[in-house]
Design a protein around this ligand. Structure first.
Ligand code: ZN
Length: 337
């Protein structure tokens, strides 16, 4: 088996880069333009729920979005059933360290109960002032796997941790000294080159942007997703951020080693995996000159399909656990094992 080397893929399915998009405030009007655009293109989204406003007409702080309806538990259930994810955007959209137990812990629990899935993503309300080191410490303590702010950058494949995830604003205008305008192709080339993860952020694109510095129009929103899909093709993983977070946690804790004296056998350890990680599917890179037809892979005794990647690389994706056993053997083309 010296002709083959096995490693864990950077991203699921052996993709080169990742695209996600998040919608702060989880407004019901996403059903008008945004959700149909997602359905037309086959890209999942992620909504950031204000726990104290579920099913209500929004009325917190001095927001441009007050007066619009926050999604109900039923609407959120519908999104989850389509493969979307849900995050906590606090309880009151105020200063979270004024009452971290309510804003961070109780919001997480209330949203999980309303929607029926665990919540592992926290999205800072207002500004990055709600993602200070103190907040990051609290969200770790309360069982989140990730904290997201608003920083216009991609996320690299190997960050120190996930408690500060950058999000790219998708707005009509950008304010302050860095005055600027919408661009459908923002950061895509960079994500391809650095094998990064783009997490877009906006609120609720409609015919006109609700606020040009906080949102884009539905036309620009559709153009953005079309640009991502046309540039991403089959090389991009279009992903619900909850799944990306789980995959990165899995990859980070995975230790893969050959089994001594058993050519083609490998053992995977996941003993440091955080218990909140629900999706335990991992993709592997198999470096070999062989074609998929001449390789057989078994993971914990079950045969797994192998697909071609870039020249010299095959991929397979399988459910794994701590102490998973992988065996790779070669086949004679047209023959049997
Ligand atoms: Zn917000």
């Amino acid at each position: 088996m010296s002709e083959m080397t096995l490693s864990v893929s950077t991203w699921k399915y052996g993709k080169d880069w990742v695209y996600s998009i998040t919608y702060d405030e989880a407004l019901s009007d996403l059903a008008r333009f945004v959700i149909p655009t997602h359905q037309a293109l086959g890209v999942p989204g992620h909504v950031e729920v204000v726990a104290g406003q579920i099913g209500e007409v929004r009325n917190c702080g001095a927001s441009s979005y007050n007066g619009m309806k926050h999604m109900s538990a039923e609407e959120l259930h519908g999104l989850v059933a389509m493969g979307w994810g849900v995050g906590s955007h606090s309880w009151t959209h105020g200063i979270v360290m004024d009452n971290p137990k309510l804003e961070l812990l109780e919001s997480k629990e209330a949203i999980a109960e309303a929607v029926g899935v665990p919540v592992t993503v926290y999205v800072a309300p207002g500004s990055n002032d709600n993602l200070t080191p103190e907040v990051q410490e609290k969200i770790r303590e309360y069982g989140y796997l990730v904290g997201m702010g608003i920083t216009d950058d991609i996320n690299r494949p190997d960050p120190q941790d996930l408690l500060w995830v950058n999000r790219v604003p998708l707005h009509e205008r950008y304010w302050g000294v860095f005055d600027g305008y919408y661009d459908a192709y923002k950061r895509i080339r960079q994500a391809q080159e650095e094998r990064g993860w783009i997490v877009d952020y906006c609120h609720c694109p409609l015919e006109e942007a609700v606020h040009p510095y906080k949102d884009c129009t539905e036309g620009h929103h559709r153009q953005r997703l079309e640009a991502v899909v046309s540039e991403g093709g089959t090389r991009c993983w279009y992903a619900n951020p909850d799944e990306v977070v789980d995959y990165r946690a899995l990859r980070r804790s995975a230790r893969l080693a050959p089994v001594e004296g058993k050519p083609g056998a490998f053992r995977l350890r996941l003993d440091t995996l955080p218990p909140q990680v629900r999706r335990q599917e991992l993709t592997f890179d198999l470096k070999t000159y062989r074609t998929p037809e001449t390789v057989a892979v078994k993971v914990d005794g079950a045969a797994v399909g192998v697909s071609p990647g870039a020249a010299g690389t095959l991929h397979f994706t399988a459910s794994v656990r701590d102490d998973t056993q992988i065996t790779i053997s070669t086949l004679t083309p047209g023959g049997s094992l």
